[in-house]
Design a protein around this ligand. Structure first.
Ligand SMILES: C[S@@+](CC[C@H](N)C(=O)[O-])C[C@H]1O[C@@H](n2cnc3c(N)ncnc32)[C@H](O)[C@@H]1O
Length: 146
């Protein structure tokens, strides 16, 4: 159960009700900004995510549809294709507390906000971003298309 460890003990997790373990939010601050627990998300295609404020490439309608789609899978094993600036990866972590989250991205580039988020939440054992794997796949794909 999200917010609980393997013994069912409540764990302190940002974005979760510490008693019920249910995800808190999203709380919409305006049409483009929402919060899950203490983590804020803003709809934008620019880069600049931090561990406290993620840039997410989804509008409100998409975020709500996405949450409806993923909520049935708390604690699941998740593969996300397309990290961009880490917004939906952080959202998945906060809402689902997946037992494993592997997120792939074709584009090169460091993801300091997501890395910091992973460090601060102490979830490096469960969450991996695989920018290089995405790039290797693209190289392989380009090769096989020649
Ligand atoms: C719409 S953006 C992702 C948005 C992100 N999930 C979010 O909600 O903020 C799509 C991303 O998918 C990446 N992408 C597209 N095809 C991909 C593939 N086959 N493997 C990995 N990443 C891919 C693109 O580089 C781009 O960053």
């Amino acid at each position: 159960m999200p917010g609980h460890d393997s013994k069912g003990m409540a764990a302190t997790r940002t974005g979760f009700d510490q008693v019920s373990g249910a995800a808190v939010g999203p709380e919409w601050l305006d049409e483009r900004t929402f919060r899950v627990g203490t983590t804020e998300f803003v709809e934008t295609y620019t880069r600049g995510s931090t561990a406290e404020r993620f840039h997410i490439r989804k509008n409100r309608e998409m975020v709500e549809a996405y949450l409806d789609r993923i909520r049935p899978f708390p604690g699941g094993a998740v593969v996300e294709v397309g990290i961009a600036d880490g917004g939906s990866a952080a959202l998945i972590e906060l809402v689902l507390a997946p037992r494993k989250l592997v997120a792939l991205e074709l584009d090169a580039g460091p993801l300091p906000g997501l890395r910091d988020f992973i460090d601060r939440h102490g979830i490096g054992d469960r969450v991996r971003d695989r920018v290089r794997l995405g790039r290797a796949w693209r190289r392989h794909h380009a090769h096989t298309q020649q």
